[in-house]
Write a protein that binds this ligand. Structure first.
Ligand SMILES: Nc1ncnc2c1ncn2[C@@H]1O[C@H](COP(=O)(O)OP(=O)(O)OP(=O)(O)O)[C@@H](O)[C@H]1O
Ligand SMILES: [Zn+2]
Length: 810
């Protein structure tokens, strides 16, 4: 028998291996196996197919690693769809789906050859360092050695040691502890209180005697369960010993699940009754689900979308099905997780890229055993749900749902819809500012649509005022920070009334540009074609693309005058200036620099929610989902920055951002205010914001998207060429352009430079293709593209040439 094996590698297709006869029974779909791939490497693969027959040339499966399959066919179908739709490899999807401990691979390991005598004096310095370390550690990996020698190329040194016969190179599989179950032991009934009978049974074997004595001691020392492993370690015996004891009927073995998070209990009072308009929305959702599995819940900020989600969570849980609650991005949504965790008495599974490997494993297996609720980012879609009933996609418009790197570059919302389709589950897409993608699906009748236009507690929507900056006179001090007198007055009033203020500034750091007043020289990053941002706290210039830092130059690097000045405004500078204008106010800042760690982020949020902070300055981090009751004013001093990006989505995003951030104002207690400063008060985004109804704006946007053949009407694909050699990069990009033009005509763009086209010493070029939204065209395009990529990579010197495919780029 042969098995089709999927490997966690970016290679097309699967590989066929022979199943050793004694493993045939055990070999079933979805179990992991250990196989050799390439000359020496060992990998964990996954059985994704079994067929009869043999093949002389085929390698054997070395081992089967699971008792139970880790995925089922339905999960594999989802993986296949994802790989196909997003033009990536199945191995990439496997890699993203399985927690690291489920993917052993081999590492080169050096061991000391104990039978070999050598004279240390004969060794070169580097070789001596290695042998010295080996005598202490027994084993070193390639990485360890690189660290010890402080260099990358260690081949020569290692070879020297091998040639001298001093070390052995061993290819060793790292079998990490992956067992979701623990094997535990207990006395068989007839031996339970009969130590004497036991000893008689084992008297002929030293090992068995030791094991039995160890088990007896353990029973006395601690409460059950006692694991097989504990007994083996304590008695210094092995699996065979324990197996013998089981066979003799002395010990019984059972398996228990490790850390299974299977409960879901609502804390008392956490599901307050729905109010009338929420009840109405719930009924409408029920009705919408009759005809479509996907419903867009469009509710203004503060309408209680979360309350409705909870209602559905309760229902689906009672029906015995699983629920996935998706949030866009972990750093920005700690607050939401806290809110949800407060609602449940039981532990909730939280799953995202930053939880520990241990928690990921726990989550993986709990979900596999049917745990009812997972809160997670897009990667949670790849968990092995058994009985999925509902996926909630909160803030469905959020761009962070799209994976940028590495492959598969999938969209969390769209993949959720597909997964639900496969699993016969429902999807709720929730937002106060839905994406155009979802609105079009509503218009085309694919999704249901339910609106909530009121805020909970009869709170009125905040009043939005525009400050026309073309008309404003400012003092020098005010001009420096860019706050009009009107804006400052509003802040003063709000603070006097004991309420809090949020200031939205979409740029972090102190000052975006550091330039010479004399010759105009701008300090640029050496690796990227962007100017560096001054960070006052660290007293350094930082590149926001590659994160490299530079000291602040005293004189101009170009004309050598002492004339370097800072221009522009970042959150850090804004906070400082605001403090000098309002010396008595307590101000805090929330951005990538201050809220990088979870602890720091939490501290900022707690202080603000306890009213210890009066003003919170922040980037888009403060726009999302925060629910603070005492915020009376939200100000946006520089709204124009938001819609001046050269991107076809910038108007849509600007409106979403401004609505979201406005929505933080006046959520409880009294009506809130929003003040927006702009030089373009007639801009459609501002006009729509003022009118309170975005339909007209969306319709206009959609018309334009249709005319210019953009998403959501067309499926866009971006192919990025990334190379240190500019000429080579440009040449291949143009080749692709011409090649695709033959099939797709003017729906292929000439290679264009992205906004920042040189990052970290790499030149970047993008080719855009606009495809019709049907499967046939998708398949055809993928074939063409793969053909091209294969051809390029087969050229001498091009095997590593990078072409990054991004379907539905954001
Ligand atoms: N039926 C209800 N009973 C009691 N409190 C409610 C109810 N519905 C909503 N609330 C409260 O109203 C506030 C706003 O609700 P929620 O945060 O769910 O709104 P939202 O629509 O998710 O807002 P956003 O889009 O801004 O995140 C919350 O503090 C919530 O606890
Ligand atoms: Zn840089």
């Amino acid at each position: 028998m042969k098995a089709e094996i999927l490997l966690p590698l970016p290679v097309p297709g699967t590989y066929t291996y022979l199943i050793p006869p004694d493993m045939e029974e055990e070999a079933v779909f979805g179990k992991r196996v250990e196989v050799q791939f390439g000359r020496k490497k060992l990998y964990t693969g996954l059985i994704v197919g079994i067929e009869s027959g043999t093949g002389d040339q085929l390698k054997m499966i070395r081992d089967i690693l699971d008792d139970e399959p880790v995925i089922r066919e339905i999960h594999y179908r989802f993986w296949k769809w994802m790989a196909e739709y997003y033009c990536s490899f199945l191995g990439d999807v496997m890699n993203a789906a399985l927690p690291a401990p489920l993917k052993i691979d081999s590492e080169t390991v050096l061991q000391l050859n104990v039978d070999h005598d050598y004279d240390e004096m004969d060794l070169e310095d580097d070789a001596f360092l290695i042998s010295d370390a080996l005598s202490i550690q027994n084993e070193l990996t390639w990485g360890d050695i690189q660290e010890i020698l402080q260099k990358k190329s260690i081949n020569k040194n290692v070879n020297e040691l091998i040639d001298a016969g001093m070390v052995d190179v061993k290819e060793k599989a790292l079998r990490k502890n992956t067992h979701e179950t623990v094997k535990t032991l207990m006395w068989a009934a007839e031996y339970r209180d009969n130590q004497k009978a036991v000893m008689e049974q084992v008297s002929r074997s030293k090992k068995q005697t030791r094991a039995v004595l160890a088990f007896t001691t353990l029973r006395r020392e601690k409460k059950p369960p006692i694991s097989r492993y504990e007994v083996m370690t304590k008695s210094d015996t092995d699996h065979a010993t324990i197996r013998a004891l089981i066979k003799k009927g002395i010990l019984l073995e059972t398996k228990i699940k490790k850390n299974f998070l299977g409960e879901l209990i609502f804390r008392k009072g956490m599901l307050p009754p729905l109010v009338d308009f929420q009840k109405k929305a719930l009924a409408e959702m029920e009705q919408a689900f009759e005809s479509t599995p996907v419903v867009l819940l469009e509710g203004v900020t503060g309408s209680g979308k979360t309350r409705l989600y909870l209602e559905w969570i309760r229902r689906v849980k009672e029906a015995g099905q699983q629920i996935l609650f998706m949030i866009p991005e972990i750093a920005l949504t700690t607050h939401i997780i806290h809110r949800l965790e407060a609602i449940f008495e039981s532990d909730v599974i939280v799953y995202h890229s930053r939880v520990s490997e241990k928690s990921r494993m726990e989550a993986y297996h709990s979900v596999r055993f049917g745990a009812p609720l997972v809160i997670g980012t897009r990667s949670a879609l790849l968990l092995p749900f058994q009985n999925l009933g509902l996926i909630i996609v909160d803030e469905e418009h959020d761009r962070s749902y799209k994976q940028l790197n590495p492959a598969p570059r999938y969209h969390g919302r769209d993949s959720a819809v597909y997964l639900a389709l496969l699993s016969d589950a429902r999807v709720i897409l929730g937002s106060a500012t839905p994406s155009l993608e979802s609105l079009v699906n509503v218009q085309e009748g694919k999704y249901g649509h339910v609106m909530m236009k009121e805020r909970f507690g009869l709170m009125e929507m905040p009043e939005i005022q525009i400050v026309d900056m073309r008309q404003v006179q400012m003092s020098e001090e005010q001009a420096e920070i860019g706050f009009s007198p009107q804006l400052l007055q509003a802040i003063h009033q709000m603070l006097d009334a004991g309420r809090q203020v949020m200031v939205f500034q979409n740029r972090r750091g102190f000052a975006p540009v550091f330039l010479c007043d004399h010759c105009g020289h701008v300090v640029q990053c050496d690796s990227c074609d962007v100017s560096m941002t001054y960070h006052k706290f660290s007293e350094k210039l930082q590149c926001h693309y590659c994160r490299k830092e530079k000291p602040v130059p005293k004189e101009c690097p170009s004309c050598h005058f002492w004339s370097m000045k800072m221009y522009g405004m970042g959150t850090e500078k804004l906070e400082e200036h605001l403090q000098s204008l309002l010396p008595d106010a307590t101000i805090d800042r929330m951005d990538y620099d201050t809220a990088s760690g979870r602890k720091r982020l939490e501290r900022i949020l707690t202080r603000f929610s306890n009213n210890e902070t009066q003003i919170l300055v922040g980037t888009q981090m403060i726009a999302k989902g925060l629910d603070f009751e005492n915020v009376g004013l939200v100000v946006v001093p520089r709204a124009d920055q938001l819609f001046s990006f050269p991107d076809f989505r910038s108007a849509e995003n600007a409106l979403q951002m401004l609505r979201q951030v406005s929505g933080r104002s006046g959520r409880k207690k009294e009506k809130g205010q929003v003040l927006i400063q702009t030089y373009n008060p007639d801009h459609p985004v501002i006009q729509s914001l003022m009118s309170g109804d975005d339909r007209g704006f969306y319709q206009q946007e959609l018309e334009e998207r249709k005319v210019f053949r953009f998403a959501p009407y067309y499926r866009m694909v971006k192919v990025t060429f990334r190379n240190k050699n500019r000429k080579k990069n440009t040449q291949v990009a143009y080749e692709l352009y011409h090649y695709l033009q033959a099939s797709f005509g003017d729906r292929v763009s000439v290679p264009v430079e992205p906004l920042v086209s040189y990052i970290n010493h790499y030149y970047l070029l993008d080719v855009f293709v606009k495809l019709h939204r049907n499967r046939k065209e998708g398949t055809f395009f993928r074939k063409r593209l793969n053909h091209f990529i294969r051809e390029v990579k087969s050229r001498p010197g091009f095997s590593n040439f990078r072409m990054i495919v991004n379907v539905d780029p954001i």
